[in-house]
Design a binder for this molecule. Structure first.
Ligand SMILES: O=C(O)C(=O)Cc1ccccc1
Length: 306
């Protein structure tokens, strides 16, 4: 049975994602995404489940940065989870009593409408996770009056729901990934995603366009692109890419080798089945058989066989 680290404590959305992905896994709750990834890196756990992006706010940057800078990890699976936020408080609390709200930044940004409409004067403070916020609010003498978290966190920590479904959009989805130490990749399924982090060789006009061209000329569609600061000064960025397809697909392999030739570093974070099972549209001439046929043709003409 696999032991999986995750952003805890019990009752986070990440735990829900983990249960969906691997219902029988042993669970190791960790206080931060960094701690969960490090538990996977050190071998304390067999892998980790972490949130990566959501459909309203985009990337969860702490996860992206931890991926980029630590020892390599490979993503082996993903899951999409609809998230529903509740305002949870100690029994007897009413909306008018709530002056200080505690929650994970991704939850706070997705409930901005509710907070500004219903609690315009409340101070809102960032917590390590939604369940950590609920746990803290449950303590007698807590400086916080309410947490934004999943309803299940209320059950875990003895809080009541002051307001339900307080997210700005009812249909928000979050993408979570399961990561593990480098090893065998999942087999291609025909509906896969590949994740990369790319560092530029040098900054010059058109550097981003040159990277994108490697994908474009081979008909590789991107599903996410993010620039993140390298920390080396204003204007210095590296890039995250999620793209359609598996590194075993000729067009994806060729595009990534192209990036490897022109960039200072390409970090490969895995090829894994897409949770939504959407297959890419393969442009004319971009199928594996087209690449094989073209390579054979090139060998022939190199041998003078015209
Ligand atoms: O804090 C949690 O429960 C998490 O799993 C992180 C998170 C927060 C808000 C939306 C999705 C994931």
């Amino acid at each position: 049975m696999a032991k999986l680290a995750y952003l805890g404590p019990e009752g986070t959305f990440t735990e829900e994602a983990l249960r969906l992905m691997e219902p029988d896994a042993e669970r190791l709750p960790c206080p931060t995404v960094a701690a969960a990834l490090n538990a996977a890196r050190s071998g304390e756990a067999d892998g980790a489940v972490v949130p990566l992006e959501n459909s309203l706010e985009g990337a969860i940057t702490t996860t992206l940065d931890e991926f980029a800078w630590g020892d390599p990890l490979l993503i082996t699976a993903e899951v999409l989870l609809p998230v529903r936020f509740s305002l949870l408080a100690r029994p007897g609390t009413e909306l008018v009593h709530i002056k200080r709200v505690y929650s994970h930044p991704a939850a706070i940004t997705q409930c901005r409408g509710f907070l500004s409409r219903e609690l315009p004067d409340a101070v809102v403070v960032a917590a390590p996770s939604t369940a950590a916020a609920a746990q803290e609010v449950s303590l007698p003498g807590s400086p916080y009056d309410a947490a934004i978290a999943a309803p299940i966190a209320g059950e875990h920590y003895g809080l009541v729901e002051v307001a339900a479904n307080i997210g700005d959009r009812p249909d928000t989805m979050t993408r979570f990934v399961r990561v593990g130490r480098p090893g065998t990749l999942p087999e291609p399924t025909g509906a896969d995603r590949t994740t990369l982090v790319v560092f530029l060789a040098d900054d010059h006009p058109g550097a981003l366009l040159e990277m994108l061209t490697e994908f474009s000329v081979r008909g590789v569609n991107l599903t996410r692109i993010e620039s993140r600061p390298t920390g080396d000064g204003i204007g210095r960025y590296f890039f995250h890419f999620d793209l359609e397809g598996h590194v075993a697909d000729a067009r994806v392999g060729e595009a990534i080798s192209g990036l490897h030739r022109i960039c200072s570093e390409v970090r490969f974070f895995g090829s894994y089945p897409r949770a939504d099972r959407v297959s890419p549209q393969i442009k004319r001439g971009m199928d594996d058989s087209d690449f094989t046929e073209a390579a054979a043709w090139l060998s022939r003409i190199r041998a003078g066989d015209v």
